[in-house]
Design a protein around this ligand. Structure first.
Ligand SMILES: CCCC(=O)SCCNC(=O)CCNC(=O)[C@H](O)C(C)(C)COP(=O)(O)OP(=O)(O)OC[C@H]1O[C@@H](n2cnc3c(N)ncnc32)[C@H](O)[C@@H]1OP(=O)(O)O
Length: 311
């Protein structure tokens, strides 16, 4: 049932953009939790809104690459409750962006994100609220990862706790020299709850995931690359002499994958997503359907007419 829903989601968010946009949020979101799991999104949103501070800012650019900024510098970009709600809204905006091809997730003011805001955590430290927050963030980060955009986390400074989990909700991770990703949950008497452990196992394998979580290991760029968590290392810090600004470096890095028409780039992400999440026979059927959305479409006909050679 869940797999069928995912397949439908992958398809719907592909070719039938207008139909997709008309569907109720609940149906088109690809959420993990809904009312059948006893999850009431409106209720937890209202609760989270009470813990304000900071924002999640979205800039959609003509290049088809959007920049999502975690913006709460006075708390090292920790996620307040209202920022969790903001994130869910920004993800909805990105789900409805037909021209979109890529996404960069960064932190403001030279650091990535220090996880959930400990003031909010203290206020909702009871079991029930904790579970609701966990489900809310899992839904948002799952939808982020399932966007039909190629996404990259640009890690500068520290990505701690929930911030480390957020990096795993992107397709790729780039680290600036001197940066650290650290799943500090164990030191907080916790384990990841925003889906970070499940995604980490997929990214680096269970042995490495156990080491990173069990040892709350500080992952620097070199270790990150060695274990396959990190896809590239960027030169210097923002404004370092001689180096391009980090965001520019990340855009350059990403542009090799986002070059081309949006429907084709989105289809690329969708076939990989279905291969990643569905059993083989389901993934093959989904791939066939996604193939159907690009076969004979303008980009395909244009390429055929130009008799292009791939030398
Ligand atoms: C399922 C989710 C699990 C989680 O995410 S649990 C949260 C995990 N994160 C943490 O425990 C981070 C705790 N903070 C730290 O370790 C340090 O503040 C950190 C990030 C290494 C930065 O250290 P420093 O450079 O020395 O700066 P600092 O400590 O003076 O911090 C500057 C101001 O930012 C605040 N801050 C940093 N991280 C925060 C957070 N997560 N929640 C709330 N406030 C946070 C910190 O309290 C300080 O504020 P103030 O200037 O004292 O008012």
């Amino acid at each position: 049932m869940v797999l069928f829903a995912l397949r439908q989601q992958v398809l719907r968010c592909s070719s039938h953009c207008r139909t997709w946009a008309r569907l109720p949020q609940r149906q088109r979101s690809g959420c993990v939790y809904s009312s059948i799991h006893g999850f009431n999104q409106g209720e937890i949103k209202e609760k989270l809104q009470a813990f304000h501070g900071g924002s999640i800012d979205l800039l959609k650019q003509d290049s088809g690459i959007a920049v999502l900024t975690i913006n709460n510098p006075s708390r090292m970009n920790a996620f307040s409750g209202s920022m969790m709600v903001d994130l869910e809204e920004r993800v909805s905006q990105l789900e409805n962006w037909p021209e979109g091809k890529g996404l960069i997730v960064q932190g403001a003011a030279e650091t990535f994100c220090s996880g959930s805001d400990l003031n909010a955590v203290r206020a909702i430290s009871n079991q029930q609220d904790g579970m609701k927050m966990c489900m809310f963030m899992q839904n948002s980060l799952t939808r982020l990862l399932r966007l039909p955009l190629i996404s990259v986390a640009l890690v500068e400074g520290r990505a701690l706790g929930g911030g480390a989990e957020l990096t795993t909700a992107c397709d790729f991770r780039l680290m600036a020299a001197g940066s650290v990703i650290q799943f500090v949950h164990k030191h907080m008497g916790l384990v990841p709850g925003w889906g970070g452990a499940a995604r980490l196992v997929h990214l680096v394998g269970s042995q490495n995931a156990l080491k990173l979580l069990g040892g709350a290991v500080k992952v620097d760029p070199e270790l990150g690359v060695n274990i396959g968590l990190v896809d590239g290392v960027l030169e210097g810090h923002q404004n370092a002499e001689g180096a391009a600004p980090l965001l520019q470096q990340a855009e350059n890095w990403l542009s090799r994958y986002t070059k081309g028409p949006a429907p084709v780039i989105q289809a690329v992400k969708k076939v990989v997503l279905s291969g990643r999440e569905l059993p083989l026979s389901e993934a093959l059927r989904t791939e066939k359907d996604i193939f159907g959305t690009v076969w004979g479409a303008p980009a395909n006909l244009e390429a055929l007419a130009s008799k292009s050679k791939h030398k």
